[in-house]
Design a protein around this ligand. Structure first.
Ligand code: 13P
Length: 250
């Protein structure tokens, strides 16, 4: 079975007001080809999920994080159930910007299990901060994949989406853009780790997408090297560029 491509927009902590969020969302909707074969997901800040959900069902919604407990006395946290009940179906987990605030692989692992238990599809971010000459970064990513997915049931594992986001290629302060060959190498490596852990058959449907300075100009290269889609940051807030990336995927 052919895997459906997926383009996910991570709005991060933007925009500052609901009106603006609705306006970006509407522009994305306007540019969507109804016959497209690509899945489109927008991950706005929690606060905007409800109003965006009301605007349209044509685009899926996702959260940018979730807590690992089901409910209770956890001030400031948002549960997977809350996200699901508001109509979102995806959740970005283990983003490097959250890891930079102290999130560990063990935290991500608990969040993945909790998300699956309510029906949310986790988009699990992995990626190294630096590419060293000794290729230690490969071990780093291996540990991330293994620890984040530790003990995840075989029934769920094929639904997981892995986003390879090299930290050095993210954001306007990126050291440089990643090349499509670098993505290809890493995606083969990740598939091998998954296949060793969960079996080649189980992992056939797992999508490995690319994130980190994705633009209309470089998207095709990553697709040609096997990317199953994208996790876009800055360009997801620019409806024209985001729509262009979706078109390239389709
Ligand atoms: P940029 O596309 O802005 O580099 O952000 C990538 C990212 O972190 C998506 O999750």
């Amino acid at each position: 079975m052919l895997k459906k491509k997926i383009v996910i927009g991570n709005w991060k902590m933007n925009p500052p007001a609901k009106k603006e969020a609705e306006s970006i969302f509407k522009s994305v909707l306007k540019n969507l080809n109804p016959k497209r074969k690509t899945e489109v997901v927008i991950c706005p800040p929690f606060l905007y999920l409800e109003s965006l959900k009301k605007l349209s069902k044509k685009v899926s919604l996702g959260a940018q994080d979730v807590f690992w407990e089901e409910k209770g006395a956890y001030t400031g946290e948002v549960s997977a159930d809350m996200i699901y009940n508001i109509g979102a179906r995806y959740v970005i987990l283990g983003h490097s910007e959250r890891r930079a605030l102290g999130e560990s692989n063990i935290d991500v692992n608990k969040k993945i299990k909790q998300s699956f238990s309510v029906g949310l599809i986790p988009v699990v971010c992995v990626g190294e901060s630096v590419r060293d000459e000794n290729h230690e970064y490969l071990n780093f990513v291996k540990t991330q994949v293994e620890e984040c997915l530790f003990g995840v049931s075989k029934n769920f594992i094929s639904k997981v989406i892995i986003a390879y986001e090299p930290v050095w290629a993210i954001g306007k302060n990126a050291v440089r853009e990643a090349t499509s060959e670098e993505f290809r190498e890493m995606s083969i490596f990740i598939k091998k780790i998954l296949s060793d852990k969960f079996g080649a058959k189980t992992i056939e449907q797992i999508r490995i997408i690319y994130g980190g300075s994705v633009h209309p100009e470089n998207a095709l290269g990553f697709l040609q090297e096997g990317a199953d889609g994208f996790l876009a940051g800055r360009d997801s807030l620019d409806p024209k560029k985001f729509s262009e990336i979706i078109k390239i995927c389709s």
